[in-house]
Design a protein around this ligand. Structure first.
Ligand code: G6P
Length: 634
């Protein structure tokens, strides 16, 4: 994964690179580095400087402050380790042996072992354990080859070298390259990994994602798959994989929030949990404008032809988005009556289910950049496009928080969850916003397919409209309860979350949130499955958290919780206050709402408990170890 930035222009590169990296740190924070070239005019000879530091970007910033890094051209990287430990040696930029070519890369070079063996056999010594390091060595070898054929040291030669070696690379990558002999040329290339060029005034900044361009460029040029570009202070030359020059009009950079403040909150995660009631309010205002609820309708950006042919739905997603997809599937099946299956995107890509006609495939991804989800959708498009029968044509919908992301460029239909920028790496408000999107989609399908009467749909809408009010109450209350309760978890090593029916995915999400933020081992199970194995784990040290919301599985969940209690596990219930359930050692109260809308509320105590346990342990809640907000490698 990782984030890359590259700049060329009239200003000092290092501050621009550091600013861009700060906005990309959500993509990984194991290490960071920059390389800059001081121009020939100043020193009569190009001089390449590289600065790298392990850990967060602040370490690199301090290093650059101390040791300096000058030049008007440079590349930068913030790393999420894939190949090689997260230490300084493996931090990007990587260089060739002579220190003349520097490269930053986001992606994975799948055949790097073979390439490395070949280069080592030619006497090249590697300095790192990364897959990326083969690239500067290959470029350096190619540059020597080109020069021996009479090529000059200029930007086009560097571009040609990158084009030539790119045919040797397997996998996906976005990369930026500088060469000490051409301090006025920057080459960038992308294959199945995002890269956007921002156009400034006589300067260009290229980055993995648009937030890094905010404040720098008003117009952008997103690179298409397998394109290579040469950037100089004079302009951009863009080439496709066949080496044919491309001409495209830049588009306006929109929808990027420039500054996000923590305000009075200790962490972004807590602030974002608190933003959920207002976000739900806005969502309701947008999707149930005047008269819509009364007519049992929801305002979504699709016409009848979108809904009518659909006979089944497949959802592909990862992490929290997959959990949101599971709740979506429950709603689409149980309320709208459409057979729906949910897949791990990473599994679906290599083992898709047999093709079915008139199928809507939904990719759910808050970032819009998750490589597994994008790859699953690409695979689906490819296999469907080969079919003669139009019933099998691709019908793709993205549910995302980033309408300017890679997924948005891949699909015909987009549902913008409109959650605003989420800084905390563990998803909270984007998860709730994805859920709301599924509630909207379910109502739309139920109304088009007439699977529910208008009265039933109207009642459902009214229940959804009451959610922001309940959310306000639940967030306030559980912030206080969880802060106190978190102390009881100071020595806890294992937590089991139980839920059934529509709340089973909330048990999974609760366990994921705790793992991500607190590093406590946690598992979510469908409560009825407990007795088939996981029950063997229970003893007085294991904490069990059970979601017991009145509805068709209420009594069943209570029985399953009793089974855990009988094994001396400590039992917490997420249940209505009024239920007076004495089997629980502690109740985390939620308002008594219908089972179908309950996940919108039961997830809140899960989020807040995870937050307070992590904060209480003094952990880095917003940037937990080993994680990244946007996972752009397979
Ligand atoms: C990463 C994040 C998770 C997130 C998952 C899917 O693993 O750490 O919190 O749920 O990616 O992200 P997406 O952007 O596709 O929703």
């Amino acid at each position: 994964m990782c984030g890359i930035v590259a700049v060329i222009g009239s200003r000092e590169a290092a501050p621009l690179l550091l600013d861009g990296l700060r906005k990309l740190e959500y993509r990984g924070y194991d290490s960071a580095g920059i390389a800059t070239i001081e121009s020939l005019e100043k020193v009569k000879k190009g001089s390449l400087t590289s600065r790298k530091a392990k850990g967060k970007l602040t370490n690199l910033s301090s290093l650059v402050d101390e040791e300096g890094s000058s030049g008007h051209i440079g590349i930068g990287h913030t790393r999420w380790a894939t190949h090689g430990k997260p230490d300084e040696i493996n931090a990007h930029p990587h260089m060739d042996q002579e220190g003349k070519v520097a490269v930053v890369q986001n992606g994975i070079i799948e055949n790097y072992r073979l390439l490395k063996e070949e280069l080592e056999a030619q006497g090249i010594k590697f300095a790192s354990e990364t897959d990326t390091e083969v690239i500067p060595h290959l470029i350096s070898r190619e540059l020597k080859e080109l020069k021996s054929k009479g090529f000059d040291s200029n930007g086009l030669t560097l571009l040609t070298a990158v084009q030539n070696i790119s045919t040797l690379l397997k996998g996906s990558y976005a990369l930026a390259v500088i060469w000490v002999e051409t301090p006025d040329s920057l080459v960038v290339a992308s294959k199945e990994a995002p890269l956007v060029i921002g156009l400034g005034e006589s300067e260009f900044l290229c980055a993995s994602d648009t937030p890094a361009l905010a404040g720098f460029a008003r117009t952008i040029l997103p690179m298409e798959d397998r394109e290579v570009a040469l950037l100089t202070p004079l302009g951009i030359e863009l080439y496709n994989s066949e080496g044919i020059r491309q001409q495209r009009t830049p588009s306006l950079l929109t929808g990027v929030e420039h500054v996000v403040e923590k305000k009075h909150f200790r962490h972004f995660m807590l602030k974002e949990i608190y933003e959920q009631p207002e976000m739900a309010d806005l969502w309701i205002a947008r999707h149930f404008p005047k008269g819509f609820a009364e007519k049992a309708q929801v305002a979504l950006p699709f016409d009848d032809s979108f809904y009518e042919p659909i006979e089944q739905i497949q959802i592909v997603a990862c992490g929290s988005s997959r959990h949101a997809g599971m709740i979506g599937a429950y709603l689409l099946e149980q309320f709208a009556g459409i057979p729906t299956a949910v897949f791990y995107a990473s599994e679906f890509r290599y083992a898709p289910s047999p093709l079915t006609p008139n199928t809507l495939v939904i990719g759910v991804t808050q970032s819009g950049e998750t490589a597994d989800t994008l790859a699953a959708l690409t695979m689906e498009v490819n296999r469907r496009e080969g079919q003669k029968d139009t019933a099998y044509q691709p019908r793709l919908l993205a549910i995302t928080n980033r309408v300017d992301s890679s997924i948005a460029r891949k699909v015909q239909h987009i549902l913008d969850i409109g959650a605003g920028l989420e800084v905390g790496v563990a998803a909270t408000k984007t998860f709730l916003a994805e859920l709301l999107a599924f509630y909207g989609l379910t109502i739309a399908f139920a109304s088009h397919k007439k699977s529910k009467t208008d009265i039933e749909i109207k009642n459902f809408i009214h229940e959804i409209q009451s959610v922001p009010h309940y959310l306000r109450e639940v967030v306030q209350k559980h912030d206080q309860i969880s802060e106190v309760l978190a102390h009881q978890f100071s020595g806890t090593k294992d937590v089991i979350y139980l839920g059934r029916g529509i709340n089973y995915p909330i048990a999974l999400e609760g366990a994921l949130k705790l793992k991500e933020t607190s590093y406590i081992h946690a598992e979510g199970y469908p409560a009825g499955e407990m007795k088939h194995g996981p029950i063997a784990l229970l003893d007085p040290h294991v904490q069990v958290i059970s979601i017991a919301n009145p509805g068709i599985v209420f009594e069943k969940v209570l029985s399953n919780s009793q089974e855990a209690k009988a094994r001396d596990a400590k039992l917490i219930g997420i249940a209505p206050e009024s239920a007076e359930l004495e089997i629980f050692d502690k109740i985390l109260p939620i308002p008594e709402v219908s089972e179908l809308i309950s996940p919108l509320l039961t997830v809140i105590p899960m989020q807040l408990l995870s937050y307070h346990i992590a904060a209480n342990r003094g952990l880095d809640v917003d940037q937990p170890r080993n994680l990244a907000k946007s996972v752009t490698v397979e």
